[in-house]
Design a protein around this ligand. Structure first.
Ligand code: THU
Length: 160
């Protein structure tokens, strides 16, 4: 038996003011779409802004449903729209933000496991890293250089 240790590196910025200006702009777009989420059950609003290499920005937010599992996260709403409408385009980066109506969310909120798996598919498909910045309503912003970096033991098509 050998023990394997997996490490990952993230960049943590003290506030949105500290990230590059173009990322700030993208994050502001995620705020705008986040506030239009349909989240009457959780009162937890998530926005995803995806910047393509061609400069276009695709937006998505979480869409809930009275049958809870029928709802969808912001990240997958955005990336599946992108997959459907811009299948050949390369994703440069994503900006994600979350806000709760129940408490002040100052902890950077990472994409859930299912969304990481979904984003991983597109990263593998385009054969280049997708940079992701994520935050709560305010406070620190976290950057990962790629999706693969935040999904250790990734399952991908190489296993099929
Ligand atoms: N949610 C997202 O939109 N993205 C995530 O990565 C985590 C969770 C949504 C799903 C649900 O509408 C609400 O947040 C509470 O889980």
């Amino acid at each position: 038996m050998i023990e394997k240790k997996i490490e990952l590196t993230l960049q943590v910025y003290d506030s949105l003011d500290d990230v590059p200006a173009d990322v700030q702009t993208l994050m502001h777009k995620s705020f705008e779409i986040r506030d239009k989420a349909y989240a009457p059950y959780s009162e937890f609003y998530v926005g995803a802004a995806i910047e393509l290499e061609n400069g276009e920005v695709i937006l998505g937010n979480n869409q809930e449903n009275a049958a809870y599992p029928s709802g969808l996260c912001a990240e997958r709403s955005a990336i599946y729209y992108l997959g459907a409408n811009h299948p050949g385009e390369t994703i440069k980066r994503m900006a994600l933000s979350a806000k709760s109506l129940k408490h002040e969310l100052t902890t950077p909120t990472p994409p859930c496991g299912a969304c990481r798996q979904a984003i991983a598919e597109y990263e593998q498909k385009q054969k280049s890293p997708i940079e992701i910045y994520f935050m709560g309503e305010k406070g620190k912003v976290v950057r990962t250089e790629s999706l693969a970096n935040i999904l250790p033991l990734i399952f991908d098509s190489s296993y099929l």
